[in-house]
Design a protein around this ligand. Sequence first.
Ligand code: MTE
Ligand code: LUZ
Ligand code: MOS
Length: 752
Amino acid sequence: MRNIDAKGHVTGQSLYVDDLPTWEGTLYGVVFYATVAHATLQQLDTSRARALPGVIDILTAKDIPGENQIGGILPDEELFASNEVHFQGQPIGLIVATSEAIAKKARQLISVDYQEKEVITDPRDAQTKGRLIFPPRTFSMGNTKQAWAACAYTVQGRADVNGQEHLYIETQGAYAYPMENGHIKISSSTQGPTAVQRTTARVLGVPMHTIEVDVVRLGGGFGGKEDQATPWAVMAALAAQKWSAPVKLILHRMDDMRMTGKRHPYSADYKLGLSSDLKMIAYEVVFYQNAGAAADLSPAVMERTLFHATNAYYIPNVVATAYSCKTNLPPNTAFRGFGGPQGMFVIEAAIAHAAHTLQVPKEKIQEANLLVKGNSFPYGQKITDNGLKTAWQQMQEKFALEDVKKSIVAYNQTHSTTKKGYALMPICFGISFTKTPMNQARALVHIYSDGSVGISTGAVEMGQGVNTKMIQVAAHVFDLPAHYIKLETTNTTRVANTSPTAASATADLNGKALEKACKTLLTRLKTCAANHLQTQPQNISLKQGQVWIKDKATAMDWSQLIEHAFLDRICLTENGHYATPVIHYNKTQEKGHPFAYHVMGLALTEVTVDCLRGTYHFDAVKIVHDFGKSMNMHVDRGQIEGGLVQGMGWMTLEELRYDPEGKLLSNSLSTYKVPDVYSAPEHIYIMSLPTQSTEMALLKSKAVGEPPLMYGIGAYFAIEHAISAFNPSYVPIQNAPFTHEKVLLSLYETGV
Ligand code: MTE
Ligand code: LUZ
Ligand code: MOS
């Protein structure tokens, strides 16, 4: 089935928050934020701004009727700073005016006196000073202390990996309109409609049922709107409540970049021990997560770093510890992979270090240690198949890995100013929210009396194609053409208490709830048909809009059946509820079975480095991916290509920079480079890994949203491989991203 949004997107008809028709009397909000990273607020003078014609109000902490608190996991973040600011870009107030232009002008007329305090931007620095968001956690297995003695080789070092700007095309925004009796409806560009509803209710001091959140779709979220879409919606609602007027708040790109958190930068210390036959025996790692100034989702992100600290490898003795370090940067947040990519980068860096020291190809160590069926992760769950081994074989057979390697060697022998390199990147990503209670969803199905079907779920469409998949589920169960099915907007009034659209689990969770609702309706309809056709329900089936008895079509079609059902007063509405079975986790022991299943795969990245300029060009990325049994190959391939290129951007061009005072320097698209079509790989080949799949996946179609991002990590090590071919004294620098500047320096670095 074609993506249902394809036409709307290319014709420009798809609706985003700022496209919604504007209500008469709409007011506009612009956020006034801190320009220093750590200070007490001495005096806030808004009088000049208030005097500007068209300015209605300037809301600050004092105007909050409920709690001035937006923290999701920990209550440590104010909506508007009351006494102290903790990062540059922290909201202090909201200017409400009759136009956005006036509100922006007013913003320049506000003055604040800050009494500045020490600014910390480095996570190690924060850890040393005891500035942690919450206590550290450790995952362990086996006994590393004993294992070191058995190791033939050990390497020890440090790896750093930078953050990443989400750069969703639609910036953060919301539009709040007052309804009757103090109720407020909010259109929000959020991955978490329920989070917006809950937090708005808390800040406004009203029950959740007075707040209705509606989401049409997002122009991208990538995790950046899992938690951080909330404050803007709350601010708009706050102004709407106070002024009984519709209020729109859409962030300008540069304000969005400055105020919102990003992927967490991490620094890590590792020690890796190997046997003489290159088996990884022991791994100790300490992660310093740069959380920024408040918890946001950092505790959960940090947890996933620990879950994925050994990536796709079996290491019998592991100690992995992580610190969530409080710095004066905007609170960092969810980003595709959710801490997993950072954990995986560090183990890959450690393997690269070992390979360099032992002078063996990196992939020899990788291949020798792939997880096989029955192997345990440090958190106790076991891997249930040999997908990684199969992926490696497929890479040899289908993508002629050995020939690629030979041709790269040959190329490098005959070229002196350009060098080619390659890297393999296996992935193994756990599917489920690591917080077990979040793995639940609901769906509401109405069959209208004319036979058309309306479905609502808690899933938010953000470009990943989940709406298309939801329609496929209903069309599949009823065996109807897709045009019978309409997908409603995501709305907290139709589907309540939703988990955010995140963790790649949206199609699984909401799709399974939907499947259940549709199946219940189908059973009801079969009974109805059996009554009218004087047979038993088990003889009835629905095929392509027609009612069948055993293997013969009857004269009754879908719309006649629905008409009968309606006249028989059969309920044509159903709610489905799904909670992932099997999963559990014990945080005290740090053991359990947190994931419904794992998604595996392997990527081969090929790069050419220009050794005069330090620039590079990706010739190809060849991927063997575990789709399970894909329910929509077009959508899933789109996710792989997009995820891959986004991951490559993180590893190569995208350089997030703050100055020592916590000011974002890479605050625009001219200073922050994301991959464009020219820097994407020339070829992306994707092959499907033949696996049994799992009943835990929707129609056996495995989750695909996040895992492919981590194939992008191969880009870093492919570049490193090419540099080594040019500069024999190159020592791995283990500091991502590998920008052109760093590549140039590495090409001519003489080593130590
Ligand atoms: N694809 C597009 N086009 N836009 C997005 O914002 N977000 C990613 C991924 N793919 C995203 C995307 C992230 S971070 C997640 S968690 C998943 O989609 C969420 O959707 P799913 O659970 O339906 O896979
Ligand atoms: N969000 C979350 C996530 O709250 N928990 C998770 O485990 C998760 N994993 C990936 C992406 N978002
Ligand atoms: Mo994705 S980081 O789970 O929104």
